[in-house]
Design a protein around this ligand. Structure first.
Ligand code: SD4
Length: 325
């Protein structure tokens, strides 16, 4: 491998913010849970706050699609979160570039990638879904569309993330590190009282990525997939490997074939491990799935992934199962 490729590869692994289960309240569950609705589940610790906002919609009989948009907006607006929205770590040239997508129960979907200077990419993605004949807008076209829709441009590089970037610039030779932060991309899936599923996913992507890099999070079928006949799934972690196995879509199809949400996530994780034996030790990917009955489950390549669940009977953070060989 050339030095340049090596640099790029290790920078991407190393810069990806991958969380730890620092405030877990519950041990791993082996099986998917029995179903209930309405229910919302989302990735990482920050999912607790995001779920609370989503529940304001779901708990009063609102639609899953509105819940998953409102929920992840909480995380996007948090400047202390270095992996989503404002305050997200920039690419290696110092630009904060955001990816997001959203999908409803009728296969309507909207996505933005490489979006800069908008605090709520998920809402721009929602507008792409609601107001255009397209699924995905990127870069300058996405910017113009957002401005036309009334979104305000603002600087998303906070002093804290700028300082982190400048520190990284000093040697630029990250080694792979897993579980270095306690927050990450937010992916959320929900089932509303009517029995309809929706999902959302939003991120600033891999820290110190190459300018122009887009991960799995805005790719329908990779970072997020919803099929109202079956279930919904979201991904977090090193997006390149989620894209390679078309992660979220794979999980939904496995559920269609009869797997529980947990089994489906586990099979997707094992596919990554099996197909990329030289890579998986140095990367984290976590999957989260919810089926049409409101049963959920998760699985990750390594320990450290956790997820938040909220329903009438549950409001908790759960440590995900992970690959143990
Ligand atoms: C990406 N999957 O851009 C996203 C980032 C993420 O854990 O989820 N980080 O690859």
């Amino acid at each position: 491998m050339s030095n340049r490729r090596k640099f790029i590869k290790s920078s991407v692994y190393g810069g990806l913010a991958i969380g730890t289960a620092s405030i877990s309240t519950m041990a791993c569950t082996n099986q998917s849970t029995p179903g209930e609705k309405p229910i919302v589940i989302s990735t990482w610790n920050h999912g607790m706050e995001a779920n609370a906002e989503a529940w304001n919609v779901l708990g009063s009989g609102g639609k899953a699609i509105d819940a998953v948009e409102k929920g992840v907006m909480v995380t996007e607006a948090d400047p202390d979160n270095a992996t989503v929205g404002i305050g997200g770590f920039p690419d290696r040239d110092g630009n904060v570039t955001l990816d997001a997508c959203i999908m409803d129960e009728n296969d309507n979907c909207g996505s933005v990638a490489f979006l800069q200077n908008f605090k709520h990419p998920i809402s721009v993605a929602r507008k792409v879904m609601d107001e255009t004949p397209h699924v995905m807008l990127v870069g300058e076209g996405a910017r113009r569309f957002a401005v036309d829709q009334g979104f305000k441009e603002e600087n998303l590089l906070t002093p804290k993330s700028e300082a982190a970037w400048k520190k990284w610039l000093l040697n630029q030779d990250y080694k792979p590190k897993i579980n270095v932060e306690n927050h990450d991309t937010i992916g959320m899936v929900a089932l509303d009282a009517e029995g309809n599923l929706s999902g959302s996913c939003t991120t600033s992507g891999a820290a110190w990525k190459m300018h122009g890099r887009v991960g799995d999070s805005p790719i329908i079928g990779a970072g997020l997939f919803v099929d109202n006949e079956v279930g919904a799934a979201v991904a977090t972690g090193l997006g390149e490997f989620v894209i390679k196995i078309c992660g979220a879509h794979t999980i939904v199809e496995l559920m269609r074939q009869g797997r529980s949400p947990m089994e489906a996530c586990q099979e997707a994780v094992e596919r990554i491990v099996r197909k990329y034996p030289n890579d998986y030790q140095d990367l984290q990917v976590g999957f989260l799935a919810l089926n049409k009955d409101g049963a959920y489950g998760a699985h990750a390549v390594h320990t450290g992934f956790n997820y938040a669940v909220k329903s009438k009977t549950q409001d908790r953070l759960i440590d995900s199962q992970f690959y143990t060989g």
